[in-house]
Ligand binder design. Structure first.
Ligand SMILES: [Zn+2]
Length: 504
């Protein structure tokens, strides 16, 4: 219905249909959409990729005046990412990937660790399920296990993100009550069904590419084949009680290259995919070298989804290791994964440019580790022998005396909490990572004090900082705003269906 109306409006502009028909059929569309119907939505997210992650990768690879591919997109905004406490609407200011992914895939705030359920454990429909039901083609791609929180929240529902499979256990699938005992099993058994088992049976995504083969079993492969999926590699030997690296066969990029059309599942590692920096150091015949890059998975997904349905497609693509390597405070791997993610953005935008009916959204689920660019030759507070003194020559009432009596102790003059953690006495825990940039003289090396990009971390965990968002294509202007992550659901829904979702 709406597609037809959109066509009428386009005709209306050229005068073939009276303006009155167009106006009564729909409220006035934004100018950019009047001429460019949206058929496809590509949603890319760098897990854990905060504002400074983008800046540091830009400077590292393209220099201070350069730009990443995502930064070349015409629309730019910011996204607030907080979660809520369980069984309430009280904000929890630092989100995890599960809560954040549920926010954009279903438009609800939920508790950390929740997949496709709201704060009260009620199942919520996901954008990918709605697109699939309406006849759109769908794809879900990640460099993590495909059962991990970010991809999972588009095509499964679970009370806890750890309920990935291959088998059910109370400890991974049932939340705990305040007294430490497990909650009762929910009335809807899906919510405690291992995510791998759900993905293999619900048919929500036509193209499924990532890691996590060890989460799946031979009966999952049978279930997928029965639905018409081509399954790359092998999920294992049905005669065995449990699968191992010997019984399962990971998919390879050669397997993927051989796929020409149809529904496909390719799992290229039993765990997460290998970070690009590590892959590059392995011998050519190492199995990890047979994993496709995120850009390669993106291009293949687009070729399989394009034209599969005349309605269009929804494709989610996650660069997952940006977060995982930020947790580990490994700046070199983090930057390499941002570059690999940005190469996938390039592949998506190249497609959208040619197609003309594709919206590309690039964002993140949350910041990770308080990644920051510090002044060359300087140290973070954690590394300094003493915290910086605060002496205000103009107003001595502002003065305070720093103290750091011992690791983890409080400085009541400056803070109501602990000053740094247990590692504060060991400078190695906080030593800045240094990288050369294209602006540096040719003989400057990574890791040297002469390198101009000095990076440090605040922690090994997520932070509550807003994350950047970029958009290209028809409807892209909607994302050029300061917005909440739950709003992304409604904006993408509107792009696919032309109307607002119920209750939004
Ligand atoms: Zn994380």
């Amino acid at each position: 219905m709406r597609r037809g109306m959109r066509t009428l409006m386009v005709l209306g502009v050229t005068g073939a249909v009276t303006a009155g028909v167009a106006v009564t059929a729909h409220s006035a569309p934004r100018h950019e959409e009047r001429h460019q119907e949206i058929r496809n939505v590509i949603y890319l997210l760098g897990d854990g990729m905060g504002r400074t992650h983008v800046t540091a990768a830009r400077e590292r690879y393209y220099g201070a005046t350069g730009k990443l591919n995502m930064e070349r997109l015409p629309n730019y905004g910011a996204v607030a990412t907080y979660a809520v406490e369980k069984d309430s609407d009280r904000p929890a200011l630092v989100t995890d990937s599960a809560s954040s992914a549920t926010a954009w895939s279903s438009g609800v705030k939920t508790y950390n660790a929740a997949i496709g359920v709201d704060a009260y454990e009620r199942r919520v429909a996901t954008l990918m399920e709605q697109a699939h039901r309406a006849g759109f083609a769908t794809g879900n791609v990640s460099t993590a296990e495909i059962t991990d929180a970010t991809p999972a929240a588009q095509f499964s529902h679970a009370l806890l993100r750890g309920c990935q499979g291959p088998v059910y256990s109370d400890s991974s699938c049932l939340p705990k009550k305040a007294d430490g005992s497990y909650e009762n099993k929910p009335a809807d058994p899906t919510l405690i069904t291992p995510i791998a088992e759900q993905i293999a049976r619900n048919g929500t995504a036509d193209v499924i590419l990532g890691g996590g083969l060890s989460r799946f079993e031979p009966d999952d492969q049978e279930a997928l084949r029965a639905q018409g999926y081509q399954v790359l590699g092998s999920f294992g030997d049905p005669a065995l009680p449990a699968q191992t690296a010997a019984s399962q066969k990971v998919a390879t990029k050669a397997d993927l290259a051989g796929v020409r059309r149809g529904k496909v599942v390719g799992l290229f590692n039993r765990g997460n995919l290998t970070v690009e920096q590590a892959k590059a150091t392995l011998p050519a015949d190492a199995p990890q070298r047979q994993e496709p890059t995120l850009a390669e998975m993106t291009r293949k997904s687009l070729s399989l989804l394009d034209g599969r349905s005349k309605k269009g497609f929804l494709l989610q693509i996650e660069g997952a290791q940006i977060d995982k390597r930020s947790h580990a405070n490994d700046a070199a791997q983090t930057l390499g994964e941002i570059k690999a993610f940005d190469d996938a953005v390039r592949a998506a935008v190249d497609f959208a440019r040619k197609d003309g009916h594709t919206l590309v959204v690039v964002t993140a689920d949350h910041e990770c580790a308080g990644f920051n660019i510090i002044e060359k030759g300087s140290y973070t507070n954690a590394e300094a022998a003493a915290p910086p003194a605060n002496a205000d020559a103009g107003n001595s009432a502002n003065n305070s005396t720093p103290s750091r009596p011992s690791s983890g102790a409080k400085d009541p003059a400056r803070s109501s909490g602990t000053v740094n953690g247990a590692g504060a006495n060991d400078p190695k825990n906080f030593g800045p990572a240094t990288f050369r940039t294209p602006d540096d003289p040719a003989d400057v090396r990574d890791g040297s004090p002469e390198a101009s990009l000095w990076l440090s971390y605040l922690s090994g965990n997520h932070t509550g900082a807003d994350v950047p968002i970029y958009a290209y294509g028809p409807g892209g202007g909607r994302f050029a705003a300061s917005q909440n992550n739950v709003e992304l659901y409604g904006k993408m829904y509107r792009s696919l269906f032309g109307t607002a979702p119920r209750g939004h």
